[in-house]
Structure formats: structure tokens, C-alpha cells
Design a protein around this ligand. Structure first.
Ligand SMILES: Cc1ncc(COP(=O)(O)O)c(C=O)c1O
Length: 365
């Protein structure tokens, strides 16, 4: 990430300026309704007393932390509320690098670009482990890449950009690898509500001092602008993370935390199930059209991204722009996600026009 503006801003701006109608499938901004309780929480906060508008506790709203601790079955002291999963990942990575021996960060290829950018920002060395054609990660490859120089293993499941779900055994192995090398496994679980495979397990299940779990309400509640997330840290990282968080952010938005807490408590499972069902329909319509277009793609088992490759049309930035201009569909070039899938493009199914976009692609190719 050499540019201070991530590539997706650049592609979105290009799509906005296009001379034609474009279906935007660039970034992971959900287009569906947040839970009703979340909107109620925001409204409720508007009339809160002046005192509620002042600095909330730096480590997070006490009730929100308690609710999260109970849901994840961890001591409340281990929960730090953050400015989205982005900050949670940053705290876990920065503090993990400081506390653990070595300066290498094991990442998958393809990779969520912010892990790669953050590794560079933190002056660490990225070591990439390619995933299989279907997006699965073989822990034996991670084990082979790990050494005493490994400080972090960072992975997200359900995965962005592949849509893979790393099941219980994979996460158990990643935890064991971190333990064997005095490293920290940062398990980003921001897409936990978008598991279509039934195989998602939180890395907290292994009760290890070498695991940090990060998450947020950005995706699960369709609110990337709310900026409320959290890290569940092993004990030795709690104090350094709280200090870093306090000195960077002071605290996280009080109205956002209030609304997230209300939504967490009051949102029925049917809200999440309904979103999953809607996304599964989109994915199946989109993938059927990719079949018609003769494209290769990874069948997503989670999250809401489809990584696809079109014969004779590598997913470069130039071709991404061509697709915007000539087909009216905007995706992300594969090069944004590492080197393994430079020929591919990622499409975020965060638009009710996903099926229409798929038809455009089928017609174009
Ligand atoms: C894997 C992954 N982690 C973290 C984030 C950032 O989440 P948040 O909005 O909670 O900071 C994203 C956003 O796209 C993501 O895809």
C-alpha cells in the first residue's frame, strides 16, 4: 500500500466519474438495513442527558464490554472496544509485534490489503502463504512458513477476498503454530455472521494466550460508518492495547456504542439469518452468470465477495477501468490483494443490482 489512498478509493472515484451507469461492487459497504434496534439506539441517544455526551470510558462502555464478554465467554477485562475491527486489528498487530519475539507477519495470499499495509507501517516483514484454488488455507503451509522470527499470524475467516471459511481444525492449527513459535494468532472474525458453510468457529474456542480475536458491528449490522468494534486480547496484551488505544483515540464514540449495545441485546437471530439468505441468493445469481460468462471463480462459503477470473482479461487496474467503461460493472483489481490472484477481480455483492451486474458481465464476456 504505497499510496496513502487505498486502491479502492481510486477505483470508486473512477466509477463515480464514468460517463455511464455503473453497478458499484468495489468496496464492502453493506446496502441492507441495520437492525431496527440500532436505529432506535441512535435516536434514543439524541435525547440523552449532557453527561452521556462526555468521554466514555477509554476501554469501552462498561455494559457493552460486559455483554461482549458474556457472549464470547471471556473475562470482561480482556475486551477493549475499538474504532471498528480496523483499530482492533491494529492494536492486536502492533502490540503483538512488540510483545512477541521476531518481526515477521504471516499473511495469506490473497490478503486483505490493510493487513499488508499495516505490516509495512509497523516495519515488520510480511511472509505470504498462498491459499489453494478453492481459497482454503492448508495449515501445513503456514507451519512451513513459520519460524522463530514469526511474531504474528493474521487471518480472517470468513475471508475477504476469497469467501473461504477456515474451519475449526484450521484455526486450531494456526493457534498451535502461534504457540509453538511464541507468536500471536490474530483471528479477524468480522464476517462471522456471514457463514453459509456452518463451519465457522471463533478462535476463542481454543482458550490460548496466543490468540487475539477482532470483530465489529460494521458488517454484521450493516453499519461500516458506526465505527464500533472490539478486540478480545490475551491478558498480556490488554494493558499495552488499552494504552495505545487511549493515546490514539481517547475513547470510541458514545452514541455508536450505545446503539451497538442496544442492537446487540435486542436484535433477533432472524435479522442475521435474513441477511445471510439474501446474500446467498445474490451469490447464487451472480455465480450462475459467471458460469454463463465462462469465468473461473471461487465459490464463496462465507462473507460477501466473489473472486473471479475472465479468460484473456486479467484483473489489472486498466482492465478494471475498462470493465467500468465498457460493461458498467466496477470491481476491484486482483493486484490489490497480493500477487497470487493478480489476474482475478473481486466483486463485493453489496448491491441489490448484483444480478444485473452479473448479466452485464455475462453479456460482455
Ligand atoms: C477482513 C476485514 N477486517 C476488517 C475490516 C474493517 O472493519 P471495520 O469497519 O470494523 O473497521 C474489513 C472491512 O472491509 C475487513 O474486510
Amino acid at each position: 500500500m504505497d499510496d496513502d489512498r487505498p486502491l479502492f478509493f481510486h477505483v470508486m472515484a473512477y466509477a463515480d466519474d464514468a460517463d455511464r451507469d455503473v453497478v458499484d461492487m468495489v468496496s464492502g459497504n453493506p446496502d441492507w438495513e441495520p437492525p431496527a434496534a440500532l436505529r432506535d439506539g441512535i435516536r434514543e441517544f439524541a435525547d440523552a442527558p449532557v453527561a452521556d455526551y462526555q468521554y466514555p470510558p477509554s476501554e469501552g462502555n462498561a455494559e457493552l464490554r460486559a455483554e461482549l464478554a458474556e457472549r464470547h465467554d471471556v473475562p470482561v477485562e480482556r475486551v477493549v472496544v475499538t474504532n471498528g475491527a480496523g483499530e482492533a486489528n491494529h492494536l492486536a498487530m502492533a502490540c503483538g509485534l512488540e510483545a512477541h519475539a521476531g518481526n515477521e507477519v504471516i499473511l495469506t495470499d490473497p490478503v486483505y490489503p490493510y493487513y499488508a499495509g499495516r505490516t509495512e507501517l509497523l516495519d515488520a516483514e510480511a511472509v505470504y502463504v498462498p491459499v489453494a484454488d478453492d481459497g482454503t488455507l492448508d495449515p501445513a503451509d503456514v507451519r512451513a512458513a513459520a519460524s522463530d522470527d514469526t511474531a504474528l499470524v493474521v487471518a480472517c475467516s470468513p475471508n475477504n477476498p476469497t469467501g473461504a471459511v477456515y474451519g475449526e481444525e484450521v484455526k486450531r492449527e494456526l493457534t498451535a503454530i502461534a504457540e509453538a513459535h511464541d507468536a500471536l494468532f490474530v483471528s479477524d472474525e468480522v464476517y462471522d455472521e456471514f457463514d453459509f458453510s456452518g463451519e465457522f468457529r471463533s478462535a476463542l474456542a481454543f482458550d490460548s494466550d496466543n490468540v487475539a480475536v477482532t470483530n465489529s458491528f460494521s458488517k454484521s449490522m450493516g453499519t461500516t460508518g458506526l465505527r464500533v468494534g472490539y478486540a478480545i486480547l490475551p491478558e498480556h496484551l490488554v494493558d499495552p492495547a488499552r494504552t495505545r488505544h487511549m493515546l490514539t483515540n481517547v475513547a470510541v464514540t458514545a452514541p455508536g456504542q450505545h446503539a451497538a449495545l442496544k442492537a446487540l441485546r435486542e436484535t433477533p437471530d432472524s435479522y442475521y439469518a435474513g441477511t445471510r439468505e439474501m446474500l446467498e441468493e445474490r451469490i447464487s445469481a451472480f455465480c450462475a452468470a459467471l458460469d454463463d460468462a465462462g469465468a473461473d471463480y471461487i465459490q464463496p462459503r462465507g462473507s460477501f465477495y466473489v473472486l473471479a477470473r475472465f479468460d484473456g482479461f486479467p484483473g489489472t487496474l486498466d482492465n478494471t477501468k475498462r470493465l467500468i467503461d465498457e460493461a458498467g460493472v466496477a470491481g476491484m483489481p486482483g493486484e490489490a490483494f497480493g500477487s497470487a490472484r493478480e489476474e482475478w477481480m473481486r466483486f463485493a455483492l453489496v448491491t441489490p443490482r448484483a444480478a444485473e451486474a452479473a448479466d452485464r458481465l455475462a453479456e460482455y464476456f
